[in-house]
Design a protein around this ligand. Structure first.
Ligand code: NAD
Length: 437
């Protein structure tokens, strides 16, 4: 099949490269000329494990190419995906759909022959209706169907997630789209693909319902961690104790500094807004959003705690900046709020991240960046571990303590055992591991 991917970011690039790997002919389009130039030179504008090799292999095989010219690509396509960004709109938290609608307009003008236009971006209920209206208005003669096909991949494991998804959700209102979408995903499975066809609005809502549920699960265990700290219980054992129950499941029960990233914060907010506007407010998610917001900054209080009540004039080393390991994505990373809160308290920040420094630099002022965790810790009163990168899982704690000026260690991912950290000379704090009174 000839497929166009509009938007070559984390989702578009991974989806395009994976579909090419299964034999489809893919053109990835982006309006960012630097991104396309880099891809054409054999580079990859984002960090995602395995992606560089996957792209190189499929470019070489002639199945994957890159362009800024949407119109020419669309004319020959059977399927055109829209995988552009849908960030939170400034001010009110609604999803900003301007990129989606602009893309729809551009696509509309170039359609030739029957084409399925598929929204892969995460978009609020009813967006597919509007995309359909825009295309019809822009090009009344176009032969097309608009489908919704939300993406569930996780950054850091995106290729595996795309190639072996738990399910593929496709929302259609026009039966002509069904065989086309079946054919797009058929190569992923030897047996029947776990394709779930629904109405378009249902499909759009499934994505938000899934993300909001996961965000709520994380927030639940974070609140439980808070309680554990007060009553002398261990949140990791609580998580294991409840997670082994199949009805609950063990995933997304890791207590930490609050969820971040390019999806959960904006998607929970957008769902809250949709629900509010529809007269069916979802209080559980409203509360989830509020708890998570305050939690991120509250983590700075742990750092202040191990620094005898103040970080003013002190140096703090932040290890791990991205919202999770194995990505360079800094969007809404908890580290941003934690660093801001520490700077507000008068601290000087030194930071380490294996892949995120380039993306972090424009978002953080007055921070010194290092490519080595021990270099970042030099002269620090305290170290705070924010992201559980592999490179931070087996630090030589005595060496770390040796380069620091103070002895605070705040482990927001519970990587280390308290007794080991304390034996290395640290005043140690983590998440949800309360001391029995
Ligand atoms: P991104 O910002 O990394 O990429 C979007 C790309 O679209 C950018 O490169 C931008 O230049 C390009 N673009 C914008 N308008 C365009 C146009 N008219 N024509 C061509 N290119 C255009 O975003 P992302 O992280 O890939 O997310 C895309 C969508 O997928 C969002 O709706 C997001 O919520 C959703 N999603 C993201 C993830 C994730 O893990 N990142 C997972 C599932 C779903």
């Amino acid at each position: 099949m000839r497929i166009v991917m509009t938007g070559s970011g984390y989702v578009g690039l991974v989806s395009g490269a994976c579909l090419a790997d299964f034999g489809h002919e893919i053109i990835c389009v982006d309006k960012d000329e630097r991104k396309i130039a880099k891809l054409r030179e054999g580079g990859v504008p984002i960090y995602e494990p395995g992606l560089a090799d996957l792209i190189a292999r499929n470019v070489k095989a002639g199945r994957l190419s890159f362009t800024t010219d949407l119109a020419t690509s669309v004319a020959d396509a059977d399927v055109v995906f829209i995988a552009v960004g849908t960030p939170a709109r400034r001010g009110d938290g609604h999803a900003d759909l301007s990129y989606v609608y602009d893309a729809a307009r551009e696509i509309a003008g170039a359609l030739k022959g029957f084409t399925v236009v598929v929204t892969k971006s995460t978009v609020p209920v009813g967006t597919g209706d509007e995309v359909e209206r825009i295309i019809r208005e822009t090009n009344p003669d176009a032969q097309f169907a608009v489908a919704s096909n939300p993406e569930f991949l996780r950054e850091g494991a995106a290729i595996e997630d795309f190639k072996r998804p738990d399910r593929i959700v496709v929302g259609i209102e026009d039966e002509r789209a069904r065989p086309v979408m079946e054919e797009v995903y058929r190569p992923l499975y030897l047996n029947q693909a776990p394709l779930l066809f629904t109405g378009r609005r249902t499909s759009e809502l499934i994505k938000y319902a899934a993300n909001a549920f996961l965000a709520m699960k994380i927030t639940y265990i974070n609140e439980m961690a808070e309680l554990c700290e007060r009553v002398g219980a261990d949140v990791q054992q609580v998580a294991r104790g409840i997670g082994l129950d199949n009805r609950i499941g063990s995933k997304f029960l890791h207590a930490g500094p609050g969820y971040g990233g390019s999806c959960f914060p904006k998607d929970t907010l957008a769902l809250v807004k949709t629900a509010e506007d529809s007269g069916a407010p979802i209080r559980l998610i409203e509360t989830t959003v509020a708890i998570n917001e305050s939690r991120k900054r509250a983590m700075a209080r742990k750092v202040i705690g191990v620094c005898n009540g103040s970080v003013r004039g002190k140096t703090i080393a932040v290890l791990g900046l991205t919202f999770k390991p194995n990505t360079d994505d800094m969007r809404d990373a908890p580290s941003l709020s934690i660093i801001q809160a520490l700077q507000d308290g008068g601290a000087q920040i030194r930071a380490f991240d294996p892949e995120g420094i380039e993306a972090a630099q424009p978002l953080l002022q007055n921070v010194d960046f290092f490519h080595d965790p021990y270099a970042a810790a030099q002269g620090a009163s305290a170290v705070v571990l924010v992201t559980e990168w592999d490179a931070l899982r087996a630090l030589d704690l005595s060496r770390l303590r040796g380069v620091m000026a103070g002895n605070g260690l705040v482990d927001l991912r519970n990587i280390y055992r308290p007794e080991v950290a304390e034996a290395a000379g640290f005043i140690y704090d983590s998440v949800g591991r309360g001391m029995a009174p």
